[in-house]
Design a binder for this molecule. Structure first.
Ligand SMILES: Cc1ncc(COP(=O)(O)O)c(C=O)c1O
Length: 384
């Protein structure tokens, strides 16, 4: 099966599970887990930093860094589509008490002069600008790679103004594999860098923050405060080590698949009803058995979720959950249909089960289901 919703749906391979099963462990809150320690050393070396800290998620990594670099009432500069402000549940305000200044980028990329103009002049009316956060590759930008020259120009501005820089490098290795620029070369322009093991690298859990030794000591304390201290975490770190040893170069396969898919879909205007049908046909030709295309969150007469099995289209409009018309629920509904199809349920049963699931979920958690990235629009299942 090819599940195109997100690179977060990857599952550990048998060899990765074996490495986890064999992991030597200890209490990492005491700093005594040898596998975690090894992972942190490998990560720090890869990123060209003195030290690293293993954290449960990319979100926690980003937010610990926001907390590290700021004080309540400060302002941080971010791109308007950045994960740190779009998909982290208001954590920068909630956990660090900072104000976020969103700048519109070009496919997620900001220019140095834009940032310079956004830095607050020192005046007691203004919040002090204390952090600039960049994201490489940029998720909402469509996987955009931050050009190194742009990063250097931003760094120059930051240094001149005494402002720290944090890189959300959740998918930094995707950039490394494409450009051949070493991760350390990207990382050296930032005080702190996070990257995720749990996306295309295929580990089930975990991210790393890389920085100098002094900052990592402070981050370790903040991690405890945020509830991210873990005990025998070597089982998870073993998966991360396996990922760094075996799965970085493999990211090139994902890029090749994404490119093939992009070529197959080239020229189609999505969203638009006929565009969506054409996309479904091409995804089916590309190798998918079931295709669910989500359009129900759109405005106007074309606002439908479509299911295509290679012969017929079914409009899922009538079945859509009526209580919500926002992007979130449409996305969750399609994802649920896709999941039930993946378990071999016939399409109409899958729709009914998905409806039950989403209705129940909405009752308990009204904010379920925010999507991330254009691939969320296509849930494709492999032939056979
Ligand atoms: C760019 C970016 N940063 C951070 C994260 C957060 O990672 P996690 O899901 O591990 O909290 C994500 C997750 O998709 C992401 O895309």
């Amino acid at each position: 099966m090819i599940d195109l919703r997100s690179d977060t749906v990857t599952k550990p391979s048998p060899a990765m599970r074996e490495a986890m099963a064999q992991a030597e462990v200890g209490d990492d809150v005491f700093g005594e887990d040898p596998t975690v320690n090894r992972l942190q050393e490998v990560a720090a070396r890869l990123l060209g930093k003195e030290a690293a800290l293993f954290v449960p998620s990319g979100t926690m990594g980003n937010q610990l860094c926001v907390r590290l670099h700021t004080r309540p009432g400060d302002e941080i500069i971010v791109e308007a589509g950045a994960h740190v402000v779009r998909y982290e549940s208001g954590a920068a305000a909630g956990l660090s008490g900072v104000q976020t200044h969103w700048l519109p980028g070009t496919r997620g990329i900001l220019e140095a002069d834009q940032i310079e103009a956004a830095i607050r002049p020192p005046d007691y009316h203004n919040p002090p600008t204390t952090l600039i956060c960049l994201e490489n590759t940029h998720n909402r930008g469509g996987g955009t790679i931050y050009p190194l020259e742009t990063t250097k120009a931003i760094r120059k501005v930051a240094e001149a103004r005494g402002i720290a820089m944090h890189l959300d490098g959740a998918r930094l290795f995707n950039a490394v594999v494409v450009t051949g620029v070493p991760a350390a070369e990207y990382a050296r322009h930032f005080e702190t860098v996070t990257f995720c093991l749990s996306k295309g690298l295929g580990a089930p859990v975990g991210s790393l923050i890389c920085a100098d030794r002094e900052r990592v000591v402070k981050l370790r304390r903040l991690r405890k405060m945020f509830g991210g201290g873990m005990r025998q975490a070597g089982i998870l770190a073993a998966a991360g080590l396996y990922a760094l040893e075996h799965n970085i170069a493999r990211l090139a396969e994902d890029h090749a698949h994404a490119k093939r898919l992009a070529e197959a879909l080239a020229g189609i205007k999505v969203p638009d009803a006929e565009g969506m049908r054409e996309a479904a046909r091409r995804i089916h030709d590309f190798g998918a058995r079931h295709v669910v295309i989500k359009g129900g969150h759109l405005q106007g007469p074309n606002a439908v979720d479509l299911y295509y099995d290679g012969k017929d289209f079914q409009e899922l409009k009538e079945e859509r959950i009526k209580t919500r018309s926002n992007h979130g629920t449409g996305c969750t509904f399609s994802a649920a249909i896709a999941a039930y199809l993946a378990h071999g349920l016939p399409p109409l049963d899958a729709v009914a089960r998905a409806k039950e699931y989403v209705t129940a979920a909405l009752r308990t958690a009204p904010d379920i289901g925010r999507g991330a990235g254009p691939l969320n629009h296509f849930h494709a299942f492999h032939k056979g």
